[in-house]
Design a protein around this ligand. Structure first.
Ligand SMILES: Nc1ncnc2c1ncn2[C@@H]1O[C@H](COP(=O)(O)OP(=O)(O)O)[C@@H](O)[C@H]1O
Ligand SMILES: [Mg+2]
Length: 298
């Protein structure tokens, strides 16, 4: 395995943006080199220590899913080799962890699909029986499976902010009704195919977030990472029980540790900077990402 990479620095290409996990570099006018670093965030705060192997695993997993989802909607992959667009000295920062993709005009919404009630979905349901305006039957519990998967869009928050759940009407106002309907129907089909497959491997995908963009011709295209444990709630099927939130597959060690971590004798307030991660939290987290990939692809 190559050395862990917290932050890439490719100087032969213009940097477009640094996200929580990825750096995007422009390759000409129409392509992007997306480098998945080994950074990890929890409670929307980026940790100082990288998780070795994480970027490569996420990239492998996203590529696996793009392949599985083929035929539903075009995706941003070009098939071009990411190593071909950087200098020799920069190849170690790119190998196994990058995608060379079509540069798209991102839609300003997150296409979230939920098959189960969890997180902000569960909170909204408890408060008013609905999630993003979708009426749900009474009597559901935390982690209940929904009668069918629902589209629960969110706005894209700026770095450091939390995304905001919106209803379908708001989504239609933002991107146009026809496009919103197309995104909703496609996102649900993508989720359904992925969730059905994952379940055969003992993984429940409780919910997931897709991102879409438009290409130069205005064609709706699936972009970003897809169906990784970073963009989805993965639950091990064997420990699933209605009524309590199952431990998340990948970040549970980290979240549990952060919940009890102290900084200068005080509980950590979930704002940057994060406390220094101990080696066992790093190792356990890395192992969980690996296990998720092994399960899905075995
Ligand atoms: N094909 C694409 N064209 C343009 N932007 C893209 C494409 N694929 C992904 N992106 C954007 O690249 C960024 C990926 O970086 P990431 O670290 O995941 O960011 P974030 O912190 O927003 O999750 C996201 O802002 C995503 O919207
Ligand atoms: Mg992202």
């Amino acid at each position: 395995m190559t050395a862990a990479l917290h932050t890439s620095s490719i100087t032969s290409l213009p940097l477009i943006a640094r996200g929580k996990v990825r750096e995007n570099y422009a390759v000409g006018e129409d392509r992007i080199l997306m480098i998945a670093s080994d950074r990890i965030s929890a409670f929307d705060v980026i940790m100082s220590e990288p998780i070795p192997g994480k970027g490569a695993l996420l990239t492998k997993m996203a590529l696996f899913w793009f392949d599985k989802l083929d035929g539903i909607v075009p995706n941003h992959l070009t098939g071009d080799d990411p190593l071909s667009v950087v200098s020799d000295a920069e190849k170690d920062q790119v190998r196994d962890r990058a995608m060379l993709v079509k540069r798209l005009k991102p839609l300003p919404i997150e296409a979230v699909v939920r098959g189960y009630l969890a997180g902000s979905g569960w909170s909204e349901y408890k408060a008013g029986g609905k999630v993003c305006g979708v009426e749900l039957p009474a009597g559901l519990q935390n982690a209940s499976k929904l009668p069918q998967p629902i589209f629960t869009p969110a706005t894209k928050a700026e770095m450091g902010d939390h995304d905001e759940n919106i209803d379908f009407e708001r989504c239609a106002q933002i991107i146009g009704r026809e496009l919103a309907e197309q995104v909703r129907d496609i996102a649900i089909r993508l989720y359904q195919r992925a969730a059905d497959y994952a379940l055969t491997k003992g993984i429940i995908i409780a919910d997931t977030k897709f991102e879409f963009g438009l290409d130069a011709d205005g064609t709706l295209t699936l972009m970003d990472e897809v169906l990784t444990p970073d963009s989805s709630r993965y639950w091990p099927a064997e420990s699933y029980a209605v009524g309590s939130n199952p431990p998340s597959y990948d970040k549970q060690f980290l979240r549990d540790w952060l919940e009890q971590a102290t900084v200068d004798g005080q509980p950590w307030g979930k704002v940057a900077p994060a406390p220094t991660l101990p080696a066992d939290v790093i190792a356990n987290t890395a192992a969980k990402y690996q296990e998720a990939l092994d399960r899905l692809t075995r």
